[in-house]
Design a binder for this molecule. Structure first.
Ligand code: NAD
Ligand code: UDP
Length: 323
């Protein structure tokens, strides 16, 4: 019979998480620590916040290094998994930090892949549904190559992630490295920034402040929203799988943006005040993941219903407002 203590020791690994002070990175690091792993978190606070990881800093298995992943660094020995999340992720911030975003997706990803090659670590890259652009296939399957404007207003993000995916596959093919590509669809939850312009924090903050909800365009464009705990499950399952091609991670329940506004007004108990604003250029008209691959390869699918996830998120924003 296997000694349980011995088997626990065997599964504890030293993990590097880039973008650890961001929304997804901070939840991922917390989960990995809760599982008993040792976590080294990297962030340069481009869009992340110290408060997202403040509660982790006192944990002995957590080490934080303030560092730009694009720059060389003498990382600690013994890293066996690298989750590479560092990148601006909201349209407002990747527009503001366009060059940083392109460099982090390319040079930063290269630096992390080189580290993974040297340390023989498993490597996971967080790509995005944005690589499908304004999709002409619906829902989006991993085989779809996308409809992307290479010089458009979103190109700094889309192309940085497309380049990142190509680089990951090049390292995998050339060196036989154990790499994974998560194509993440819209994810939401506590610790999103209230000023990062994404639709869920925008609508929640507007509702809580009793301001009109700003719907861009006519609100008929669609998105599919995954709650953070489900996303963290999917990312970790993918890292631990033997699968090397891209995997869509997201919730296939699709909503029109106008309906998202109405649901948030209902859950916050506010009267309907909506202000229509122009649709930003190249804003995808529809987005919904086909998650058959994630179901088959990882046995993963999201569990948290939209209204439940929204309630948790609204509660978190409400508490922060009252502090
Ligand atoms: P976020 O902005 O909250 O977190 C990103 C973190 O990366 C921030 O803490 C930022 O400071 C850090 N960072 C950026 N450039 C860096 C650099 N050069 N060196 C070190 N740190 C750097 O964004 P998020 O929503 O948590 O997204 C995390 C990852 O998931 C990103 O790669 C993003 O592209 C991807 N993703 C997110 C979503 C989503 O809906 N949240 C959807 C698709 C893909
Ligand atoms: N959106 C909106 N009002 C807002 C913020 C966003 O109507 O205050 C729309 C945006 O135009 C897009 C969708 O909501 O169609 C999702 O936007 P977000 O920035 O969250 O992410 P995207 O999926 O576009 O990267």
């Amino acid at each position: 019979m296997t000694n349980p203590v011995f088997s626990i020791i065997l599964t504890v690994v030293k993990v590097l998480v880039t973008g650890v002070a961001g929304f997804i990175g901070s939840h991922l690091a917390e989960r990995l620590l809760d599982e008993g792993n040792e976590v080294i978190g990297i962030d340069n606070f481009l869009t992340g916040k110290r408060e997202n990881i403040e509660h982790l800093l006192s944990r002995p298995s957590f080490t934080f290094i303030e560092h730009d992943v694009n720059d060389p660094y003498d990382y600690p020995d013994g890293i066996s998994e690298i989750y590479h999340l560092a990148s601006a992720a909201s349209p407002v911030f990747y527009t503001k930090y366009a060059i940083e975003t392109l460099l982090t997706g390319s040079l930063g990803t290269y630096q992390m892949l080189e580290l993974a090659r040297k340390t023989r670590a498993r490597f996971l890259f967080t790509s995005t549904s944005e690589i499908y652009g304004d999709p002409e296939e619906h829902p989006q399957r991993e085989e779809y190559w996308g409809n992307v404007n290479p010089i458009g207003e979103r190109s700094m993000y889309d192309e940085s992630k497309r380049f990142g995916e190509a680089l990951v596959m090049a390292f995998h093919r050339k060196y036989g490295m154990d790499t994974k590509i998560a194509r993440i669809f819209n994810t939401y939850g506590p610790r999103m920034r209230d000023d990062d312009g994404r639709v869920i924090p925008n609508f929640i903050m507007q509702a809580l402040r009793d301001e009109p909800l700003t719907v861009y365009g006519d609100g008929t464009q669609t998105r599919s929203f995954c709650y953070i705990s489900d996303m963290v499950d999917g990312i970790i399952k993918l890292m631990r799988s033997d699968y090397h091609l891209p995997v869509n991670l997201g919730n296939p329940e699709e909503y029109r943006i106008i309906d998202v506004a109405k649901i948030i007004l209902k859950v916050t108990g506010r009267e309907e005040k909506i202000e229509y604003r122009p649709l930003p250029p190249d804003d995808p008209k529809k987005r919904r993941p086909d998650i058959s691959r994630a179901k088959e390869v990882l046995g993963w699918e999201p569990k948290v219903p939209f209204e439940k996830g929204l309630k948790e998120t609204i509660e978190w924003f409400r508490e922060r407002m009252s502090q």
